[in-house]
Design a protein around this ligand. Structure first.
Ligand code: ZN
Ligand code: ZN
Length: 88
């Protein structure tokens, strides 16, 4: 099946019906069934480990100083408007 307009419609329809967008089985939270959620998580962990092993940021693949994320991603994650307000 190719990702034409009909595939997109199917995706939207499954999302709306709370079915797994990959296979149409009941979704267990989010847009995926338990099987596909587990597969997705495995992929995520695999990619995380590969990036850690390569010594790059797990989010954007920039080189890091041995941390899981680069300075930029760490900053972006901890960013909040309050911090800006009390500039020290
Ligand atoms: Zn599924
Ligand atoms: Zn990064």
């Amino acid at each position: 099946m190719s990702w034409g307009p009909s595939a997109r419609a199917l995706y939207a329809e499954r999302r709306r019906a709370k079915l797994c967008v990959q296979c149409g089985k009941p979704a267990t939270g989010g847009v995926l069934c338990a099987d596909h959620a587990a597969k997705n998580e495995q992929l995520r962990v695999k990619r995380y480990r590969a990036r850690r092993a390569a010594g790059v940021c797990v989010t954007c693949e920039s080189p890091t100083q041995g941390t899981a994320q680069c300075d930029w991603c760490l900053d972006a994650r901890s960013f909040n408007p309050d911090r800006q307000a009390r500039a020290s």
